[in-house]
Design a protein around this ligand. Structure first.
Ligand SMILES: [Zn+2]
Length: 69
């Protein structure tokens, strides 16, 4: 009998944040599935960059374990 639905809708807060990748405005809301990124492209680019970094770190470590001749 109460208006729970209306209260739930009122509690949805749409915020604008800074995209971690392009530093542009990004909509931090349920409608933006790539949040806190502004777009799919930014999300993929950011994940790709840190994934590449960790891979290169692992490769460097492997090189360091090369025995001296
Ligand atoms: Zn972005």
């Amino acid at each position: 009998m109460t208006s729970d639905v209306a209260q739930t809708n009122a509690s949805i807060v749409v915020r604008q944040v800074t995209c971690p990748h392009c530093k542009g405005p990004s909509l931090y809301a349920a409608a933006n599935e790539h949040r806190p990124f502004c777009s799919f492209r930014c999300q993929q680019n950011d994940f790709g960059s840190w994934a590449t970094e960790s891979f290169s770190v692992q490769a460097d470590t492997a090189h360091d374990e090369d025995p001296l001749r």
